[in-house]
Each structure stands twice: as structure tokens, then as C-alpha cells.
Design a protein around this ligand. Structure first.
Ligand SMILES: Cc1cc2nc3c(=O)[nH]c(=O)nc-3n(C[C@H](O)[C@H](O)[C@H](O)COP(=O)(O)OP(=O)(O)OC[C@H]3O[C@@H](n4cnc5c(N)ncnc54)[C@H](O)[C@@H]3O)c2cc1C
Ligand SMILES: *[C@@H]1O[C@H](CO)[C@@H](O)[C@H](O)[C@H]1NC(C)=O
Ligand SMILES: *[C@@H]1O[C@H](CO)[C@@H](O)[C@H](O)[C@H]1NC(C)=O
Ligand SMILES: *[C@@H]1O[C@H](CO)[C@@H](O)[C@H](O)[C@H]1NC(C)=O
Ligand SMILES: *[C@@H]1O[C@H](CO)[C@@H](O)[C@H](O)[C@H]1NC(C)=O
Length: 535
């Protein structure tokens, strides 16, 4: 079993007896109000819903403000699962913790992801390089189009296939997007109260309003490169084709150089955020309703199986439409319905060092690349759909047995897997069956969580969900249709904490200063400066 330090703080039984550090009685408002007037229990409170990248970092940012200028608030974090990390979570082959773990959800971050990088450094976590060498091939459902990653000959073949211009031009566009993104870590970072504000500030308007295919082709990248290579990246990263996903989704998918993970699991970053935040953490506690109370002072009433508690501010850090939370209807209707990519993640182990070459139309005995990505270009010409989005070997779990991860839009049957790995499949873990453990919960779970709502469909758009739902009520996952990654959720929460602290407590994340440039303190010059951490 995986050991979660924070669960130890809060054994399930205790959670029900002592829902909060300051006990209160749900159905006794008088007692509650008395407590609120009691000097030591009158700390303003913030509720954070969701303990993924967004919610845990929100707690951490508030804690930074507490450290910096003595902001006095109490933080309650509610998480409906029994673990911290949300879509960043791991499993062990055969449930055997002696074997290397596998990421079930978010697996990589890149050097431009400065919050995660800084956190891993401060929390003394160790990196694991993602790129373990070996080839990557691209399959279109009919044939393996090409492969790359194996020395100069592959480079020559890539140049013959795509020319020099397309990769060069793509590299420039991606670099320029990353450069713009990096301003978010500087003291000149834009601050935004809606996503369009950010889109404009970063100069990403054109990119999010167009499909990746249009965006790259208009800027001189060949259609072939867009459909075969950029699309392979958008399909493995976001389960979408280059003519569905927006340009920013395309650019981020292509910015994977230097990809890393955390040894032992990325979720540890989010556990550390919470540990350091001093928040009261309530696992296995789904919030069901948030309502507004106007007197004696405007507050939000947050309801769970633990009872109801009032808060000065609420941060919703979970995708609203799958959260099962009821909020006042004008607020609910202000959040546009957001389709998510329903992704099937299949993890397995196999003693076969390669997928079945005959499936790919190769001679028996041929060795497939370690990673097979896919393109939709064959389908556009009337061919078969690839049956998966990506299929990758992830190293040995023990001598002679490899871990494999497959992303697909439909369930892959046992027969399919057995054929693909020549009958040599050991352990199989499917994300969607994982949740169906108890027959009792089965009906509800099928209804609620049958698939992994992996990330939003990153459809080209000029409008985004609101960040601020009401006074003191903020929505972190409004960021996701712009781009959905662990890092960007920590940026979304940083911005929200700054807005919220200004609004409710008269002072932002970095203190009372509003215009940083008028301040006497010299601007930090260190390369390592990261806004929010160093201020
Ligand atoms: C298969 C897969 C691969 C991915 N790959 C990558 C990658 O390589 N790199 C990357 O950066 N990103 C990747 N992502 C995207 C990344 O996982 C997300 O963008 C990010 O983790 C979202 O964080 P979050 O905190 O906003 O949401 P979540 O992680 O979803 O957290 C929300 C939390 O809220 C909880 N919750 C929901 N409703 C309630 C309620 N009513 N009451 C209490 N709690 C509630 C949920 O249980 C959940 O824990 C991947 C995602 C998937 C699924
Ligand atoms: C209230 O808090 C103050 C400062 O933290 C402390 O000195 C005092 O003892 C507390 N009073 C009670 C009744 O707990
Ligand atoms: C777990 O894996 C280790 C390492 O391969 C092995 O020695 C051990 O027997 C396994 N445990 C179980 C319960 O299978
Ligand atoms: C950091 O981690 C390393 C290796 O895991 C360990 O040896 C070291 O003691 C840790 N340092 C701190 C300050 O925790
Ligand atoms: C990937 O390919 C390389 C080279 O063929 C090989 O040495 C390595 O073991 C492969 N890795 C996996 C996980 O199969």
C-alpha cells in the first residue's frame, strides 16, 4: 500500500468525529455564530475544494502570504477521493510496492514548468528523466509512417520526409510561445481576472482561436509535418487531432524537450504543498453544495457529509461539471458546459519485448519502436482509424518484464491486448475498471466516473469560463480549456489566490504592494527568481 502522510494525520474514523480543527455543530447555527465572535475562533476561513495540482497549490500560495505578512486565515481543503493528487496518481504493477510505480495520469513536466521545478527542489524530490532512449514511430492505422530518435540516419530520413523548414519553423513558434509563457514567472507577470485577459497579455489570442493545423500551416509549416508529427504529439498529449485542438494545445504538445517526472510519483509535490500549507485536510469528503448566506455578513456555506461550515472565500479547484456540486443557479449557468476527453488508460506488463509486428504490417520477428504514436492522416484519406492514441514501453518492472502504457479512446479488450503482446501479458490495469471495486458503489460509479475525464477538449475558442464566480468565490479550472497541465493549474491557483487576497484581505500574494515597480526593494536579479516563491 502507498502511504500517505496526510491520511495519517486524519484517520477516517477521526475525520467523522472531528471534522475540523475547531469543532462545530452543523445544525446549531447559534453555537457556530458564537464561535465566530470568539476572538480566537474568528479567523477568516477559506475553503478549497479538490486536492489536485490546483487545490493543493492554492493552499500553498495562501500559506506563502501568511508567512510573508502574517495574513491570518484558516484553510480547509476538501477532497472526495482518499488520496492527494487528483489526476496525478500512481499505481504499482500487481499492486506490489516493491516494483517500480507507474503514473496513471499526469506523468511529465518540462524545464519551463518553474513552479513544479522549484517545488521539487525545495521539497527535495528527485527527478526521473522521461526519455529513456529508443525509437518513436508514427502509425496511421494502416502503416508505420516513419520513426525517429535513433541517431543520424533517422535525422536524414526525417529531413527527406519533411524538409528542414517545417521542423525549424515549428521550433521557432514553440520557442516563442514558451518565451511568452515564461513571463508568468517574472515580476512583470500579467495578472488576469478573466482568461481572455491572459490570452491577450501573452499574445496567444490567435493561437487559441485557431486549430493547431491552421495555426502552424498559416505560419509556413507544411501540412505533412502538421498532420504527421505535430498531430502525433497532440494525440499523445491531449487525445485530439491537429484539426480539433487549438494552436496553443499544439504548441504545448510540441514543447516536451527535457521531460521529467518525480521519482516515486508526481503526486508527492501536491502532498508536500498541503503539508507545508498548514491547511486542515479532509480526504474522502465530497462537497455537495455551496450556497450564499448574506447575514450577518456575506459568506459561503459549504456542505459535505461532515456538515456545513461558513467561509469568507471558496476556491473551487475541480472541474465544475463533474464535481457533483450544486451552486446557486446564476453562478452555475455562468460556467459553460465543458466537454472533456474521455481517455482510456491501460497499463500492463508483458514479457514480450515488442508489440506484435504483424499487427503493424511488418514481418514476424521485426522489432517495433519503444513508443508508437499515431496520426489521423490515414483516416482523412479514407483509411482505418488507429485503435489507440499511443502505445509505449516504460522500462522494466523486473528482469524480462516490461511496463506498457496505452492511451485509447475506447476500451481495449483482453483479447486485443493478448494479440498485441503475443499472449505474454502479465498484469493489466484499466483506469475505468479501477473505480468499480465495490458492487454497491457500482451503479453510482458507472454513472459518475466511468471514464477518466482526462483534460478538456482544447477546442479553438475566444471565450473561457469565468475565474471569479462571485464575491470571494473563485474557479481554478477555468484555466483548463486554455491549457491543462499540472504546472498551469499551479499558475491558475497563484493568480486566483492573488485576486482573492486583494479582494477579501486587502493584500495580495506578495503583500500589500500593488504596483511592484514603485516599491523601494530592488528587483531580484537572480535567474532563479520565480514569482510567487520569491516575490
Ligand atoms: C492520463 C492523463 C495524462 C496526463 N498527462 C499529463 C502530463 O504528462 N503532464 C501534465 O502536466 N498534465 C497531464 N495531464 C493533465 C493533468 O493531470 C491535469 O491538468 C491536472 O492534474 C489537473 O489538476 P487539477 O488540480 O486542476 O484537477 P484534478 O487533479 O482533477 O483535481 C481535482 C480534485 O478535486 C476532487 N473533487 C472533485 N469533485 C469534488 C467534490 N465535489 N468534493 C471534493 N473534491 C472533489 C477530485 O477528486 C480531484 O482530486 C494528464 C491527465 C491525464 C488524465
Ligand atoms: C488567543 O490567542 C492568543 C494569541 O494567539 C493567545 O495568547 C491566547 O491565549 C488565546 N486565548 C484563548 C482563550 O485561547
Ligand atoms: C513483489 O515484487 C518483489 C520484487 O520482484 C518480489 O520479490 C516479491 O515476491 C513480490 N511480492 C509479491 C507479494 O508478489
Ligand atoms: C534529500 O534527499 C536525499 C536523497 O533522497 C537525502 O539523502 C537527503 O537527506 C535529503 N535532504 C533533506 C534536507 O531532506
Ligand atoms: C527501448 O529501445 C532500446 C533500444 O532498442 C532498448 O535498449 C530498450 O531496452 C528499450 N526500452 C524498453 C522500455 O523497451
Amino acid at each position: 500500500m502507498r502511504c500517505y502522510a496526510l491520511i495519517l494525520f486524519l484517520p477516517a474514523t477521526l475525520a467523522f468525529q472531528l471534522p475540523f480543527r475547531i469543532p462545530f455543530f452543523t445544525n446549531n447555527d447559534i453555537v457556530e455564530d458564537l464561535r465566530e465572535s470568539d476572538s480566537n475562533n474568528s479567523l477568516p476561513r477559506v475553503a478549497i475544494i479538490g486536492a489536485g495540482a490546483g487545490g493543493t497549490s492554492a493552499a500553498f500560495w495562501i500559506h506563502k502570504a501568511k508567512e510573508r505578512y502574517g495574513l491570518a486565515v484558516e484553510i480547509d481543503v476538501f477532497e472526495r477521493e482518499t488520496y492527494i493528487g487528483g489526476r496525478s496518481t500512481i499505481v504499482y504493477p500487481y499492486s506490489n510496492t516493491s516494483l517500480p510505480h507507474l503514473e496513471l495520469g499526469a506523468s511529465i513536466f518540462v524545464p519551463a514548468n518553474k513552479n513544479i521545478l522549484r517545488a521539487s527542489y525545495e521539497f527535495n524530490l528527485t527527478y526521473k528523466e522521461f526519455d529513456q532512449g529508443g525509437k518513436t514511430g508514427v502509425w496511421n492505422g494502416e502503416e508505420l509512417l516513419f520513426s525517429f530518435g535513433d541517431g543520424w540516419w533517422d535525422t536524414v530520413k526525417a529531413i527527406i520526409r519533411f524538409g528542414i523548414l517545417a521542423p525549424k519553423k515549428t521550433g521557432e513558434l514553440v520557442d516563442s510561445a514558451v518565451k511568452s509563457f515564461l513571463t508568468l514567472y517574472t515580476i512583470e507577470t500579467p495578472k488576469w481576472d478573466d482568461m481572455s485577459g491572459l490570452t491577450t497579455a501573452l499574445n496567444f489570442k490567435d493561437m487559441v482561436e485557431k486549430t493547431a493545423a491552421d495555426y502552424f500551416v498559416e505560419r509556413g509549416v507544411s501540412k505533412k509535418y502538421t498532420e504527421e508529427l505535430i498531430e502525433a504529439a497532440t494525440r499523445v498529449n491531449y487525445g485530439q487531432n491537429s484539426d480539433d485542438i487549438h494552436g496553443l494545445g499544439g504548441a504545448i504538445s510540441m514543447a516536451a524537450t527535457g521531460a521529467k517526472g518525480i521519482q516515486g510519483g508526481n503526486f508527492q509535490i501536491f502532498e508536500e504543498f498541503l503539508k507545508r500549507s498548514g491547511a486542515n485536510v479532509h480526504l474522502d469528503t465530497a462537497i455537495t453544495e455551496i450556497s450564499e448566506v448574506l447575514s450577518p455578513s456575506p459568506q459561503w456555506e459549504v456542505k459535505s457529509a461532515l456538515g456545513t461550515r461558513k467561509y469568507q472565500a471558496v476556491i473551487l479547484a475541480a472541474p465544475f461539471h463533474s464535481s457533483g456540486i450544486t451552486i446557486p443557479s446564476p453562478l452555475a449557468t455562468s460556467i459553460p458546459k465543458q466537454p472533456y476527453v474521455h481517455l482510456h488508460v491501460t497499463l500492463l506488463t508483458t514479457t514480450s519485448p515488442t508489440p506484435d509486428p504483424t499487427y503493424f504490417g511488418l514481418k514476424p520477428g521485426s522489432i517495433l519502436p519503444n513508443m508508437t504514436l499515431t496520426s489521423w492522416e490515414g483516416v482523412r484519406r479514407g483509411g482505418n482509424e488507429p485503435e489507440f492514441n499511443s502505445l509505449s514501453y516504460h522500462g522494466l518492472v523486473r528482469e524480462g518484464e516490461w511496463a506498457v502504457k496505452i492511451f485509447s479512446s475506447a476500451r481495449l479488450s483482453d483479447e486485443w491486448l493478448n494479440k498485441m503482446f503475443s499472449g505474454q501479458v502479465g498484469w493489466i490495469h484499466r483506469k475505468e475498471v479501477d473505480l468499480l471495486q465495490s458492487p454497491l458503489a457500482l451503479a453510482l460509479l458507472i454513472f459518475l466516473f466511468f471514464k477518466w475525464d482526462a483534460y478538456p477538449k482544447l477546442t479553438p475558442t475566444a471565450t473561457f469560463p469565468p475565474i471569479k464566480l462571485g464575491r470571494g468565490f473563485y474557479y481554478v479550472n477555468a484555466f483548463e480549456p486554455f491549457i491543462s497541465t499540472m504546472e498551469t493549474e499551479t499558475i491558475a491557483s497563484r493568480n486566483i489566490v492573488d485576486l482573492l487576497l486583494h479582494e477579501e484581505f486587502g493584500s495580495g500574494l506578495c503583500g500589500p504592494r500593488v504596483d511592484l515597480h514603485n516599491d523601494q526593494t530592488p528587483l531580484p536579479t537572480s535567474k532563479e527568481f520565480v514569482y510567487g516563491w520569491d516575490c
